[in-house]
Design a protein around this ligand. Structure first.
Ligand SMILES: NC(=O)c1ccc[n+]([C@@H]2O[C@H](COP(=O)([O-])OP(=O)(O)OC[C@H]3O[C@@H](n4cnc5c(N)ncnc54)[C@H](O)[C@@H]3O)[C@@H](O)[C@H]2O)c1
Ligand SMILES: O=c1ccn([C@@H]2O[C@H](COP(=O)(O)OP(=O)(O)O[C@H]3O[C@H](CO)[C@@H](O)[C@H](O)[C@H]3O)[C@@H](O)[C@H]2O)c(=O)[nH]1
Length: 449
């Protein structure tokens, strides 16, 4: 089976590699010529566990092609996936210009029936816009005899485990009103649907809403837990105990109830805002989602407030070691990362940052360039040198069991601001370190001898 995928970002590239591994011939089209030329050489522009191996292995065969020439991809395959970005517009709504550009491109070059599958995260009603754009373009070409279908197949992969998520999806949503498309997509996904039927078929609009609803639900869980964490501090309770206590209820579950410094990344912030805009333009006041978004914005400032509180506002001239730049572990992605909000606040207050991240150093350099108040360190140990305290923003595995005694010797003050609750304050205190966590301060903080 031949498949074409527009967009070689996290979604398009990973899905392409996984389809190719299953034995399909996949043509990847991207307008970014540099990216395409790197991919042709087997260079992977993003860090995603397992991806490089898959692209290299399949890129040397006939199964995985990269091109900037849309017409090649359109001619080759009956199924055309749209997996381009849907970044936020100025008002928070999803900007559909890339999606519609691909729709126009497909209609400009197709010579026979095509199944267009929207995999990008798009507001309800986008498939109607894609359809209208294609009809208009075909009409302009004088080829409105050509037929096509537009369906929805949203993607649920997580960065950092994208290959695993695509290989073993927990559900495959097929949003279509066309029986032929449903048959084709069921056949396409059959290799990923062997254990039990993971395919959930529905109409296109419900499929589009399912994607936003999933992300909004997960974001709501996180904002709710952050709210409980902030309250726990006020009430001298320990949110980590509360987390275990509520997670034991299977109706709540242990997943996605970790408090922290707020959710980041390329999806939750953008998708919650897009859902808010969509609700508002439909004449509905999304009270819950507004609160989710506001809590998250404030949560990104909680760590700085703790730092400032401890040093009684005397931040100017101080240096902070920062462990973790990416928005979550196992990725180099820094889009909407809480680390960026924290660094901006520290710089604004006149502090310097010595940062380390296992994968996001190049990305950080790309974003900030050379700055006097940012030193990118070669190791987590180097970041601690001459620092007034350590701040942990991302819970990378390699940060979890540090040598507290060595840390105490190097830091100017034996203090850790732990934005992900990866350290036990009691254990750390035995080694002479004071840990400020999220949602577990007050009487629970052991005093240092
Ligand atoms: N990143 C994730 O974890 C994730 C997960 C699920 C869904 N999504 C959604 O999937 C979509 C893609 O996200 P992403 O993170 O892969 O984006 P991305 O920004 O990493 O990549 C998008 C790619 O599309 C290319 N592109 C733009 N216009 C094009 C065109 N006209 N023709 C061909 N290529 C074009 C860009 O050059 C870029 O390489 C978004 O709607 C996103 O919300 C993302
Ligand atoms: O208990 C938790 C879980 C996550 N996070 C934060 O939430 C953000 C998002 O994390 P995660 O969902 O793991 O990463 P993403 O790669 O952004 O994946 C989300 O967004 C994708 C894009 O839409 C969807 O496909 C995925 O299903 C959805 O999980 C990160 O900043 C995490 O630190 C928390 O603060 N607490």
């Amino acid at each position: 089976m031949n498949i074409t995928i527009f967009g070689t970002g996290y979604v398009g590239l990973v899905q392409a590699a996984v389809f190719a591994e299953a034995g399909y011939n996949v043509t990847c089209v991207d307008i970014d010529a540099e990216k395409v030329s790197r991919l042709k050489k087997g260079e992977i522009p993003i860090y995603e566990p397992g991806l490089e191996h898959l692209v290299k292995e399949n890129g040397t065969t006939e199964r995985l092609h990269f091109t900037t020439d849309a017409s090649v991809g359109i001619a080759r395959s009956s199924i055309q996936f749209i997996a381009v970005g849907t970044p936020p517009d100025e008002d928070g709504s999803a900007d559909l210009k890339h999606v519609l550009a691909v729709a126009k491109e497909i209609a400009s070059h197709m010579e026979e029936h095509r199944i267009v599958v929207v995999k990008s995260t798009v507001p309800v009603g986008t498939s109607d816009q894609v359809r209208a754009m294609m009809l208009r373009t075909l009409k302009e070409r004088g080829r409105d005899d050509l037929t096509f279908d537009v369906s929805s197949n949203p993607e649920f992969l997580k960065e950092g485990s994208a290959v695993a998520d695509c290989t073993k999806p927990d559900r495959i949503i097929i949003g279509t009103e066309c029986a032929e498309t449903e048959r084709a997509l069921r056949e396409l996904y059959a290799p990923f649907n062997r254990n039990h039927d993971k395919i959930i078929s529905m109409d296109v609009r419900s499929a589009e809403l399912t994607k936003y609803a999933a992300n909004c639900m997960l974001a709501t869980k996180i904002s709710f837990m952050n709210e409980m964490a902030n309250l726990a501090e006020k009430l001298d309770a320990d949110i980590e105990k509360v987390r275990l206590g509520i997670g034991a209820d299977p109706r709540i579950g242990y997943h996605f109830i970790y408090p922290g410094v707020g959710y980041g990344g390329s999806c939750f912030p953008k998708d919650v805002r897009a859902m808010i805009r969509l609700a508002q333009t439909s004449g509905y006041d999304p009270m819950v989602l507004n609160a989710v978004e506001q809590r998250n914005e404030q949560q990104k400032h909680v760590l700085f407030a703790k730092i400032s509180g401890h040093f009684e506002g005397d931040i100017e001239g101080k240096t902070f070691a920062l462990w973790g730049l990416s928005f979550k572990p196992n990725t180099n992605d820094m889009r909407e990362a809480p680390s960026r909000v924290l660094m901006a606040a520290l710089w604004q207050a006149g502090a310097k940052v010595r940062a380390y991240d296992p994968e996001a150093m190049d990305e950080c350099r790309r974003i900030y360039g050379d700055r006097e108040d940012l030193l990118l360190c070669a190791s987590k140990e180097e970041a601690l040198e001459e620092a007034d305290a350590l701040v942990v923003v991302t819970e990378w595995k390699s940060f979890r069991a540090p040598d507290f005694e060595a840390m105490k010797r190097v830091l100017r003050n034996p203090i850790i601001f732990d934005g992900r609750n990866i350290y036990d304050p009691v254990v750390a205190s035995r080694k002479g370190l004071l840990v400020f966590s999220i949602g577990r301060t007050g009487q629970l903080l052991p005093s240092l001898e």
